[in-house]
Design a protein. Structure first.
Length: 424
């Protein structure tokens, strides 16, 4: 095992731990990585491993992941902004964005597997609402690292990747289910029964540090911090990660204030926006049927998370509070309009989630929350598959097991063990 130049510090009580670990022994707060290097000194390479000093794996790999940051002309003009930069975290070779599954989930998957592998954990289980499954499946195949991925059946048709699947990926689909929260719960149980480590979601520091590289790329490209960071969120993990990275950048002497977080959700399913606007906690188990009915109606399904890390110390609410942040509820119609505007003004097709972010930027400019000369980073977290399909044959990931959540007893899971995880 290699020794790595970072440890974990609890954002609640300050306890410190050796990695890897998901929970503090003393409280419920998120653990955060504390990297030995406090200077911002990117290495000379085009991908996110340029920020190796501030992400957990100590080794890099050659898969071309990372954000492409450029100054906007077209969209900036259309919105009346003089200092707008776009961080494009999808697949668009014309601007140097080569993320293999077309979203910033690629930044989470590869660093996570390298990190756990360095610490002797040789397989993982995780849940996904869609894009995470694509990214982790692709990474698993490239790195030959076994993963079990649990998804609601509703997500399966979207799960294609630009390489043929191998035995490294085991997909479990929850039949007649459209609820990511159920997938999270069942993944935790299957992992416990089979003895496979849980990837950890927002609690996994490799995931957060990987996502944080979008704003690090902004800092490297423009040698500054933005005044505003604009992103569509489901869990808000990318927002927490960005807040954490900007604290590191300030400590390193770059910038003089934390960027304000502008976080958007797709109406009518907007739990974080509702909680933040009303000052109430999120209650994932209240009115579940109504929540699921709202989830049905949104275009950006990857944003549908009933159990985001909002109230937890070190989570989304703390990030919004610390940065004087704002949240937005964006309708499907507004998001589609913003996608059209982005295509016309920037020439690139973006996905439903990124369209929600673009629409919220428009909203923030109209209401004066963002002034025309402010420095803005719009995070395009993923694009439509159009450009990937032009360059690659896309392969579906076929579920190895389709099962109703009610039928997932411990005994049934054990009966399926060899089929699900022959490598155990
Ligand atoms: C997952 C995802 C998001 C939301 O990210 P979080 O910060 O985890 O809430 C936004 N856009 C795309 C394309 C995604 O796949």
């Amino acid at each position: 095992m290699t020794s790595v130049p970072f440890d974990l510090i609890c954002t609640g009580c300050g306890a410190t731990y050796d990695p890897p670990r998901l929970h503090c022994d003393r409280c419920d707060a998120l653990l955060r990585s504390r990297h030995a290097s406090v200077t911002f000194d990117p290495h000379d390479r085009p991908d996110l491993f340029a920020f190796q000093d501030w992400i957990p794996p100590s080794k890099a790999c050659q898969i071309p992941i990372g954000s492409s940051v450029y100054r906007s002309v077209g969209l900036a003009d259309a919105l009346g902004l003089s200092n707008l930069a776009i961080a494009f975290s999808g697949y668009a070779p014309s601007i140097g964005a080569a993320n293999p599954t077309g979203s910033f989930k690629d930044f989470e998957a590869i660093p996570t597997m390298l990190y756990y592998r360095e610490h002797g954990i040789d397989a993982l289980i995780l849940a996904s609402a869609g894009n995470t499954a694509r990214a982790f499946a692709y990474a698993a195949i490239q790195l030959d690292y076994p993963v079990i991925i649990v998804v609601p059946e509703r997500a399966v048709p979207q799960l294609s990747i630009p390489c043929p699947p191998t035995d490294a990926v085991c997909l479990i689909a929850l039949e007649a289910c459209d609820d990511y929260a159920t997938a999270i719960r069942e993944a935790a149980r299957i992992g416990t029964v089979l003895g496979v480590a849980n990837e950890g979601g927002a609690r996994n520091v490799a995931r957060r540090d990987g996502m944080s590289t979008a704003i690090l790329e902004y800092a490297r490209t423009l040698n500054a911090l933005p005044d505003h960071y604009v992103q569509a969120i489901g869990s808000g993990t990318g927002a927490i990660a960005t807040w954490e990275a900007t604290q590191r950048l300030l400590d390193a002497g770059l910038g003089d204030h934390l960027p304000t977080l502008h976080l958007s959700q797709n109406a009518p399913f907007t739990p974080i926006h509702d909680a933040w606007s009303k000052g109430t906690p999120i209650r994932p188990d209240d009115h579940v049927e109504e929540q699921l009915e709202r989830i049905e109606r949104i275009d950006a399904h990857v944003l549908a998370n009933r159990t985001p890390p909002y109230d937890v110390p070190g989570g989304v609410r703390d990030a919004l509070t610390a940065t004087n942040g704002r949240t937005y509820a964006i309708s499907n119609a507004e998001a589609r309009e913003a996608a059209d505007l982005f295509l016309r003004s920037e020439g690139l097709p973006i996905g439903p989630a990124a369209s929600v972010a673009a629409a919220s930027l428009r909203h923030a400019v109209r209401t004066g929350a963002i002034a025309s000369s402010d420095a803005v980073m719009l995070h395009i977290t993923g694009n439509s598959d159009l450009l990937l399909k032009q360059d690659f044959q896309m392969h579906p990931i076929v579920p190895r097991w389709i099962v109703r959540p009610e039928a997932l007893t411990d005994n049934r899971i054990l009966e399926e063990k060899i089929r699900l995880a022959h490598w155990l």
